[in-house]
Design a protein around this ligand. Structure first.
Ligand SMILES: [Zn+2]
Length: 266
């Protein structure tokens, strides 16, 4: 197992079980110097000192960036961390894809404390996923978020994989959720002849169906009936422009439609 403690990283020179440079992708917004990538010829040599140095540097730069960030916050507001320590009252619950290119705070300008965040492959809200169901329950019932945002993105690898007719092993049950979205909207999707446009539309429809899944929960329905919030939104992030697209789902109409069968307000 790859451990990230500096001491362990230093011992990587003798660690023969290391398979790949897991930390090779760099965070683009980090201002600390990036380590030089090992040369192609060293990539196959897992015992190479250059590889161990690279991993150590790519680990340590995160801590350097963290210290720099903490100092900047203190310089801007000496009470920043004492306010953070006092507790959280986030306005938003963000359910997004795990894709490294769509960090919620970075693309929205949100600050620490503003959003409660859950991410998974293809931003799915699965009824028997204890993780996402716990997140929704806690955010809605206890943190009293005012908005629940399901945010997908064009070019989603999870959605693309679900469009591939192939046995993908452990991913099958997860991607089945997206294949089900395709089945529900089969007529519309099959009418789109351009494959890229069909892929984009499935990303949007997947977000729409995950919004429906949020609205099906007792926590959402009961809190909305009592307080008039939270409202659910479906958004898509576009790497090509950097912009978010609001799908403008009709929350009230979806809620009404869903409650014919999934009414859990009693
Ligand atoms: Zn994705």
């Amino acid at each position: 197992m790859l451990r990230l403690a500096p001491r362990s990283l230093r011992s990587l020179r003798s660690l023969r079980s290391l398979r790949s440079p897991l930390l090779a992708r760099q965070h683009s917004s980090c201002t600390t110097p990036k380590p030089k990538s090992p040369t192609p010829s060293l990539k196959r040599d897992i015992t190479s000192p250059a590889m161990a140095d690279y991993l150590e540097q790519s680990h340590d730069r995160i801590f350097a960036a963290n210290r720099q960030w903490a100092e900047e916050q203190i310089a801007r507001d000496p009470h920043f961390f004492s306010k953070l320590s006092a507790g959280q009252t986030p306005e938003y619950l963000w359910i997004g894809c795990s894709d490294s290119r769509m960090p919620a705070e970075t693309i929205t300008g949100m600050q620490p404390g503003e959003a409660f965040i859950h991410r998974n492959i293809a931003n799915l809200v699965n009824n028997i996923d204890l993780n996402v169901m716990s997140v929704i329950n806690y955010a809605v019932r206890h943190l009293h978020v005012k908005h629940v945002i399901v945010c997908g993105h064009y070019g989603c690898g999870g959605v693309q994989a679900a469009m591939t007719a192939k046995d993908l092993g452990i991913l099958n049950p997860w991607l089945r959720n997206i294949r089900d979205v395709y089945r529900i909207h089969e007529a519309e999707l099959d009418s789109i002849t351009d494959s890229a446009a069909r892929y984009d539309r499935l990303v949007e429809l997947n977000v729409l169906e995950q919004c429906r899944n949020v609205i099906k929960t007792a926590a959402l329905q009961q809190n909305y009936a009592e307080n008039g919030y939270p409202i659910v939104h479906g958004w898509v992030f576009d790497f090509r422009t950097g912009h978010l697209k609001d799908l403008k789902i009709d929350f009230a109409a979806i809620l009404k439609d869903i409650q014919k069968i999934y009414n859990l307000t009693e």
